[in-house]
Design a binder for this molecule. Structure first.
Ligand code: UTP
Length: 289
């Protein structure tokens, strides 16, 4: 079955990137000249997704404004003959069929996904975490959708991380399947050292069957007192088995300060307008280090 719907949870408080995220959603933090969430919507669209629901919360209306028309700005650009900028601005509002719902209390990623239940209905859907930008030629969401379509099982994007980092993320029990695909039968969120099953962690993307909603309904709050999506996926993995895709792509965690800096430097170096001068500038800076 073709995956046509995606959910982008973007309702978190972003406490790790304060004070930037006090009045501005961290999902709107720019990587050079484009907000993080636009890269994510573009990835979904390139993956064949047609309908997107973004989970927002108080103080996140700039996300909706960004994907809306901007008549006054468009008019000004038209009058000034700035056609390239005009086309770009208009095209953002036509990227996809985007709807929004508010998560009224930030009770965790699992709770955010539950808010999309009516939108998703009875079909599999992709989840792209709103603060995880993953860049590459082959969109990671598509890599996961293909695995789901092949195996008919819930699929998660995984990568090996350090021993220190795995304790902040999740740890997978994995068995090699073929190529970069693994079978996952168990997982644990924010493991203590003795609970670590492998250094493979879920990073930013998954494709889930609609049964996840019934599981989320009876999943109790987990790590940090929040309803954790990983806890529900653990039940899915134990009962149905899941597929892990060791995806091809570079991930930038826009939810932490170092991740933001890395994204800006690497994307800045490739940027068609400022890349060359930025490279020169960085060389100068490096000489002083
Ligand atoms: P994170 O755990 O990285 O986001 O969730 P957070 O809670 O904002 O982070 P910190 O720890 O306070 O800095 C991953 C994604 O899930 C969304 C976030 O917006 C982020 O894009 N999320 C998280 C929700 O939509 N609702 C929640 O209740 C929690």
């Amino acid at each position: 079955m073709k995956i046509k719907k995606a959910v982008i949870p973007a309702a978190g408080l972003g406490t790790r990137v304060l004070p930037a995220s006090k009045a501005m959603p961290k999902e709107m933090l720019p990587i050079v000249d484009k907000p993080a969430i636009q890269y994510i919507v573009e990835e979904a669209v390139k993956s064949g997704i047609e309908d997107i629901m973004i989970i927002t919360s108080r103080g996140k209306t700039t996300v909706e404004d960004h994907f809306d028309r901007a008549p006054e700005l468009e008019e000004r650009l038209l009058r000034a003959g700035k056609m390239e900028a005009y086309d770009e601005i208009v095209s953002i509002s036509k990227l996809a069929n985007i709807s929004y719902i508010r998560q009224k209390e930030t009770k965790g990623l699992g709770h955010a996904i539950l808010c999309a239940r009516a939108f998703v209905g009875n079909e599999p859907f992709a989840v792209l975490y709103g603060d995880d930008v993953i860049l590459g030629d082959d969109p990671v969401c598509r890599q996961l959708c293909e695995a789901y379509e092949t195996y008919g099982r819930g699929t998660v994007g995984i990568k090996q991380v350090s021993f220190e980092d795995i304790q902040k993320y999740s740890s997978m029990q994995i068995e090699p399947l073929t190529g970069n695909l693994y079978r996952i039968d168990d997982m644990v969120e924010k493991p203590r050292p003795e609970q670590i099953m492998s250094l493979y962690s879920i990073l930013g993307r998954c494709v889930l069957p609609p049964e996840i909603f019934d599981i989320l309904d009876h999943t109790p709050p987990g790590a940090c007192g929040e309803l954790q999506l990983t806890d529900a996926m653990k039940e899915l993995a134990r009962t149905q088995g899941m597929i892990g895709v060791d995806f091809v792509g570079t991930r930038y965690d826009m939810g932490n300060k170092l991740g933001i800096l890395k994204a800006i430097v690497e994307v800045g170096l490739q940027h068609h307008e400022v890349g060359d001068s930025f490279r020169e500038y960085l060389r100068e800076v490096c000489r002083t280090l």
